[in-house]
Design a protein around this ligand. Structure first.
Ligand code: FE
Ligand code: FE
Ligand code: ZN
Length: 296
């Protein structure tokens, strides 16, 4: 079972700290931002600690392709304003190059918000932007993973058909998908009562082999709420059984599953959520156990 969480990438240790954090959670895959998700300031590559990072990965038997990068979400590839959209393209181009530089293969991208463009024009803009980014980085093997979104605001790609539209326009093996369980549920796909149907629908429309990463999150809101608020595993409306079923699904055996669940009283829940999913047993006392562990 490939299971991990998003981890920090900060301070002096940077990527080395990220591996140590993942090891601490007994994770065998993880996800990082290469700088703050909400701004465009980026440290120099030399300061990321890449050689020691790669050594540490090897030492712990973590495959570098199981290190997932998440692109910052402040830039919008559907931006109607051409100057701003060019900034977004340049910025993500750079992030793809940085992803390659650290030895990773997958970068998860939020497709964008279509604002006043409407969905069809918005999807075209996103596809055009991604085409340019792939062209700008053709010396790399990095793949862009479009994340399934919840559809809050004017967010694109809350329907599988919308992702398919982008994939068809871009027409490259370097465009694939990150399946976020909270987002998919919030957008109206019933993972709880119709898990197999939802996966079949994805397979029919996009192709299940296009899923390269899963974001495993519970949801604070109900099916179809289009809200996007993550809950701890088993404490939301998706529930432990369904999330555990995804972990156990043979079709996703080799796919990294990344937790992006909220901190509990400022403490990361991942060590405990990973343990619970590995054991296949919901821990009603999760919050207590986390607080006890970190407070001593
Ligand atoms: Fe995301
Ligand atoms: Fe996500
Ligand atoms: Zn989310």
């Amino acid at each position: 079972m490939k299971l991990g969480s998003h981890v920090g990438n900060k301070g002096k240790e940077m990527l080395v700290g990220a591996v140590k954090e993942a090891i601490n959670y007994k994770a065998n895959c993880f996800m990082v931002y290469l700088g703050a998700p909400q701004n465009s300031y980026r440290k120099k590559l030399e300061d990321l600690n890449i050689p020691s990072f790669q050594e540490l990965l090897k030492e712990h038997g973590i495959n570098k392709h199981d290190v997932i990068v998440h692109a910052p979400y402040i830039v919008n590839l559907a931006q109607p304003n051409d100057v701003k959209r060019q900034f977004a393209i340049d910025f993500i181009t750079n992030e793809v190059k940085r992803t390659y530089a650290i030895g990773a293969k997958y970068i998860v991208v939020h497709p964008g918000a279509t604002l006043n463009l409407g969905i069809d024009k918005g999807l075209e803009k996103i596809a055009d932007s991604i085409k340019v980014i792939l062209h700008n980085t053709k010396e790399t093997d990095v793949e862009i993973l479009i994340e399934t979104m919840s559809g809050k605001g004017s967010e694109a790609c809350y329907r599988f058909e919308q992702i398919k539209t982008i994939i068809d326009i871009v027409d490259s093996p370097r465009i694939n998908v990150c399946f976020d369980t909270c987002h998919t549920f919030d957008s109206g796909y019933d993972l709880v009562d119709n898990y197999d149907e939802v996966i079949s629908e994805f397979d029919r429309i996009i192709g299940i082999e296009k899923i390269k990463v899963i974001h495993l999150n519970d949801s604070k809101n109900i099916l179809g709420s289009r809200k996007d608020r993550h809950a701890n595993i088993g404490f939301g409306n998706i529930g432990f059984d369904t999330l555990h079923k995804i972990c156990k699904d043979k079709r996703f055996d080799s796919i990294p599953k990344i937790l992006e669940t909220p901190y509990v009283q400022d403490y990361p829940p991942y060590k405990f959520e990973i343990e619970m999913l590995k054991e296949g047993q919901f821990n009603q006392n999760l919050y207590n156990d986390i607080e006890k562990y970190y407070e001593k």
